[in-house]
Design a protein around this ligand. Sequence first.
Ligand code: NAD
Length: 515
Amino acid sequence: MLFEPYVNEPFADYSDPDTLAAFKATLADVKTQLGKDYPLIIGGEAVTTGEWLSSFDPSHKERLVGRAAKGKAEHIERAFDAAYSAYESWSQVSMEKRARTLIRLVAIMRRRREELAAWEVFEAGKSYLEAIADVAEAIDFCEYYAREALPLAKPLPTYDYPGEENTTVYQPLGVGVVIPPWNFLLAILVGTTVGPVVVGNTVIVKPSPNTPIIAAKFMEMVAEAGFPPGVINLLTGDDADLGDALVDHPRTRFINFTGSVATGVRIHERAAKVQPGQAWLKRVFLEMGGKDALIIDETADMELAVNAAVVGGFGFQGQKCSAMSRAIVVDEVYDDFVARFKAATERLTVGPADENPDVAAVINERQFDKILGYIESGKSEARLVAGGEAADGDGWFIKPTIFADVPADATIAQEEIFGPVVAVMRARDFDHALELANSTAYALTGGVISKDRSRLERARREFQAGNLYFNRKITGALVGVQPFGGFNMSGSNTKAGGPDYLKNFMEMKTTTELF
Ligand code: NAD
């Protein structure tokens, strides 16, 4: 065995006073580093462009986390040149050597784990636990894909044929574009990059304009880990300059995207068009949004149900694709659930992320306005039970909000809000609950809180969700344990952290020799 057996990276226990004190010291240290400038990284070289993209702390609107260089059309061409040049040799490096490079990257990430988590608190408004969990997930992706890559170096088993030698092997695809979202700012960026890279592809990474600084930190570690120049290139900048241009580019071989359904569909359509000079059909991997439901029936452990709803609904301000944005509750226990959920939600603290409240700021002004717009439409569609407005402070704070009696066709029951807003829906019985759960275009995560075995088994078959959880919260999938990704408009089901993931970024070649 080349590597030790895979285990998930532990989080940290911030209820321990020493661990908490150490993290606060790291936060204070990182705070002194805010406001710096970061270049593009093309072919291993730092490139500045004269224009900057500013990243602000969502909890302190005026606090500059850093500035990232804005890439333009000319940098896209340079990045493709660098990635193609690196591909020639990187695609020929042994799988084992490439996997070892991921393990070296992990060693650096582990040394810097608290510091990286601190950057996440400032750049994205993560609580301490959410931040360290994201760093741990990034580590897991490297550890897991390094191990999963090794068997892919071997020829595939096929039947013999008399008089011939037949071999079938996997080979990488070429140069891909990686487009991650801001919400799991390190984990998804790292996972969607190192997956294709470990199997021999080279990439251009275009992070979300909301979180470019963590991407710059990642590139520092990439260089230290010894990835050859050009294997991973960083283009930060505006979507208007980089988004369509990278997707449309004839030299793009594949696109590894995670984000909203609107952007995903746009990429899907544009990437389908074969551009002049393009010599392949682009492969497109699109992991998109959710409108995830938790069913609570009359047999449910109510305390467990309420905890799952609070954590799943309001963890990281509801800004998770897996967030529980719908609680579907069977009539018999509906009023009891709503009362307890309201009480638990009103106990949540709201404040700046660096003070580690339960709920911090949403990512930016655009999302803040959009979420408040959904809250306004909720007020006319349903019954407001908790929150329903912005909270005081110097950041983009919104009170955790609950609507009850939400009709199945209400906007807030159908559209992804991506904020701290939960729709509670009344179901006549379990059958009706299941019908409501399956009544959106999304199918990402879902859950059932019930003690009834036959219902759980029915949900196992009939509840449409890529990640389905029974008697627990519906967020927090673990790499290698719960492969993550949905069905329908939630995406192309690449299942990040799953056993099929890496094969997406390879193609099979068969060679036949007649003796
Ligand atoms: P988004 O769609 O706004 O942006 C995602 C990425 O696409 C960003 O890097 C953005 O800069 C880029 N982009 C924007 N316009 C583009 C264009 N025209 N061409 C190419 N790229 C473009 O999404 P977001 O707000 O960053 O992330 C939140 C969304 O991501 C939510 O819908 C959430 O559910 C989803 N998400 C899904 C998963 C999953 O695994 N299914 C995981 C996390 C987040």
